[in-house]
Design a protein around this ligand. Structure first.
Ligand SMILES: NC(=O)c1ccc[n+]([C@@H]2O[C@H](COP(=O)([O-])OP(=O)(O)OC[C@H]3O[C@@H](n4cnc5c(N)ncnc54)[C@H](O)[C@@H]3O)[C@@H](O)[C@H]2O)c1
Ligand SMILES: O=P(O)(O)OC[C@H]1O[C@H](O[C@H]2[C@H](O)[C@@H](O)[C@@H](O)O[C@@H]2CO)[C@H](O)[C@@H](O)[C@@H]1O
Ligand SMILES: [Mn+2]
Length: 442
C-alpha cells in the first residue's frame, strides 16, 4: 500500500489515544498507516499507552505498523505526516483545582468554561505553543490536528504566535450533541447539513437541514426538546453528569426557543443552577479520575501482568472518527464538512473579524475553507459572544504580556462572573494553585 502515513500523537498518554488509534486502523483504506509515535512528557503514561496500542495493533492484524514511544520531540516529530494533539497541561489534578476553586466562591467550576476554563487556558497555551514550535522545527510540512482544550483560547494563542501554521482546531461537542438528538428523536445524522456559529463551547445552530426530508428540522427538534428530555445515547450512557448536561438542553430551549444551543451554554445562562447542583467535594475531574483515567491505567496493568484476553475496554464514540475524517479529508482532498475553530474574517458577518469562532468549514488538501453565515447574528448572541471573546483575548494578552491587570480584566469580563471582587479573589487563588504552570503575572 502506497502513501502510508506517520502519525504522531502529542499527549500520547491521553485516555483518548486508544479510541483515536482504533479509528485510524478502521480507516486504513483512506488513511494508510506506516508508523504511530506516542509523544508525552510523562513517561509512565506513555509507557502504559505503548502496551495498550501495541496490543491493539497485534490483535487487529496491524502488527506491521511501527510503534514507537518517546519523550524526545526530535524523534517524535521529525518526518511525521500528521500530529494529533491532545495534551492536558497539569493533568486532572489541576483540572480538579480549576473546578473547585471557583465553586468555593459560588461560581461555575468547569473544565473549559468559566474561570476554571481560564485557568486551564493559562496552562494550556504554553504547552501547546511548545508542541507547535516542535512541529515548525522538525516537521514544518506536517498537518497538526488539535483537540487540546480550551480550544478558543489555545487557537487564539497559536494564531498570534504562528499565523502560518498548518493546524486545524476542532471540538467533538457538536457531533456528539447532533448524534444524541438524532438517536433520541429518530433521525439519521448522516442526512444532516447543520449550520452553527459561536466560540468554542459557546454557540448555537441556525439550521439543521435534513436531506432525506428536504427541510430544516430545527423547529421540530426544538418542539421535541420541549416535550421530551434527551437521554445520553453514546458511550457516555449512564454517566450522570452528561445526562444532566443534555437534560439542561430542554430548559434552555424552553426559555430561548428560537435556536438550539450548545449544551455548554448552561454554564453561562444558568450558572446559579450549576453551582447549586455541584458537589464541591466531588467534581467532574474526580469522576474522570475514577472513570476513564483509572480504566486506562487498569488496562495497562492487566497487559503488564499478561492478561490480554478482552482487556481492551474503551469507546469514545465519534471522538476518534472525527479527527481521522479531518486527516483523510486533507490527505485525499475529500472536502468533508466539519465545525472548526477558525479566524472569523467575516464568517459571522457582524462579529469582530479577529475573533476565533466555531463555524462549519470544508477541509481539503489545501486546508480549511470556512463557510460564511447567510445573515448577521441576533443581538442576544452577539452581545454574549462579544463580551466572552473580549475576555478570552484579554486572557491571551495576559499570557503573552505577563500582565496581572489584563488577567484581572479577563476574569472580571468572563460571562460567568458577576463582579470584580470575586474575580480578583479567584484570580489570586488561581495564581497560587498554578505557580508551576502559569507565566508570572505582574
Ligand atoms: N476538543 C475537544 O472537543 C476535546 C474532546 C475531548 C478531550 N479534549 C481534550 O483532549 C485533551 C486530553 O484529554 P484527556 O482526558 O485524554 O487527558 P489526559 O490527562 O488523560 O491525557 C493528557 C496527556 O497529555 C500529557 N501532557 C500534558 N502536558 C503535556 C505537554 N506539555 N506535552 C506533551 N504531553 C503533555 C499528559 O502527560 C497526559 O498523558 C484535554 O485537553 C481535553 O480537554 C478535547
Ligand atoms: O468531562 P469529560 O473529560 O468526560 O469530557 C469533557 C469533554 O467533553 C466534550 O467531549 C465529549 C464529547 O462531546 C462526548 O460526546 C463524548 O465523546 O465524550 C467527550 C469527552 O468525554 C467536549 O467537547 C470536550 O471539549 C471536553 O473536554
Ligand atoms: Mn470540545
Amino acid at each position: 500500500m502506497t502513501n502510508r502515513q506517520i502519525i504522531t500523537i502529542a499527549g500520547g498518554g491521553s485516555t483518548y489515544t486508544p479510541g483515536i488509534i482504533q479509528a485510524v486502523l478502521n480507516n486504513a483504506d483512506r488513511l494508510p498507516l506506516k508508523e504511530i509515535r506516542l509523544y508525552d512528557i510523562d513517561s509512565e503514561r506513555n509507557q502504559d499507552m505503548y502496551l495498550i496500542i501495541d496490543l491493539l495493533l497485534k490483535t487487529s492484524g496491524h502488527e506491521l505498523v511501527k510503534l514507537i514511544v518517546t519523550e524526545d520531540p526530535r524523534q517524535a516529530f521529525t518526518g511525521c505526516d500528521f500530529i494529533f494533539s491532545q495534551i492536558r497541561v497539569g493533568g486532572l489534578k489541576m483540572r480538579e483545582q480549576d473546578e473547585k476553586i471557583p465553586l468555593r466562591h459560588r461560581l461555575v467550576g468547569q473544565e473549559t468554561c468559566g474561570l476554571g476554563g481560564f485557568a486551564y487556558g493559562m496552562r494550556s497555551m504554553g504547552g501547546l505553543l511548545e508542541i507547535v514550535g516542535f512541529v515548525q522545527e522538525f516537521a514544518p510540512e506536517a498537518w497538526l490536528l488539535n483537540y487540546t482544550n480550551p480550544e478558543s483560547i489555545v487557537s487564539e494563542a497559536v494564531r498570534r504566535q504562528y499565523p502560518e501554521v498548518k493546524m486545524i482546531n476542532a471540538c467533538d461537542m457538536t457531533i456528539s450533541l447532533e448524534e444524541t438528538i438524532a438517536v433520541n428523536y429518530g433521525y439519521d445524522r448522516k442526512n444532516w447539513v447543520p449550520t452553527y456559529y459561536g466560540l468554542n463551547h459557546f454557540g448555537w445552530y441556525t439550521e439543521i437541514y435534513d436531506k432525506s426530508l428536504g427541510k430544516d428540522i430545527m423547529p421540530e427538534v426544538i418542539a421535541k426538546l420541549n416535550r421530551q428530555k434527551l437521554k445520553v445515547a453514546d458511550f457516555n450512557e449512564g454517566d450522570s453528569s452528561w445526562q444532566a448536561a443534555f437534560e439542561m438542553m430542554s430548559v434552555m430551549t424552553t426559555d430561548f426557543p428560537e435556536q438550539i444551543p450548545n449544551n455548554y451554554l448552561e454554564y453561562y445562562l444558568y450558572g446559579d443552577l450549576v453551582v447549586e447542583k455541584a458537589d464541591l467535594a466531588y467534581t467532574r475531574a474526580n469522576m474522570v479520575m475514577d472513570g476513564r483515567e483509572k480504566n486506562t491505567k487498569e488496562m495497562a496493568q492487566k497487559i503488564r501482568s499478561g492478561l490480554t484476553e478482552d482487556v481492551l475496554n474503551f469507546n469514545f464514540g465519534e471522538h476518534g472518527q472525527y479527527i481521522v475524517d479531518m486527516a483523510t479529508s486533507i490527505l485525499n482532498d475529500e472536502h468533508r464538512r466539519f465545525m472548526l475553530l477558525v479566524p472569523n474574517q467575516g464568517a459571522i458577518p457582524n462579529l469582530r473579524p479577529d475573533a476565533v469562532v466555531e463555524v462549519p468549514a470544508y477541509v481539503g488538501a489545501t486546508g480549511v475553507e470556512p463557510i460564511s453565515l447567510r445573515a448577521p447574528i441576533n443581538d442576544f448572541h452577539k452581545g454574549l459572544m462579544e463580551a466572552q471573546v473580549a475576555a478570552e483575548k484579554l486572557l491571551v494578552d495576559a499570557y503573552f504580556e505577563g500582565s496581572y491587570q489584563k488577567a484581572l480584566q479577563a476574569f472580571t469580563l468572563n460571562q460567568t462572573v458577576p463582579n470584580a471582587r470575586v474575580a480578583k479573589k479567584v484570580l489570586d487563588e488561581m495564581i497560587i494553585a498554578n505557580q508551576d504552570y502559569w507565566p508570572v503575572l505582574s
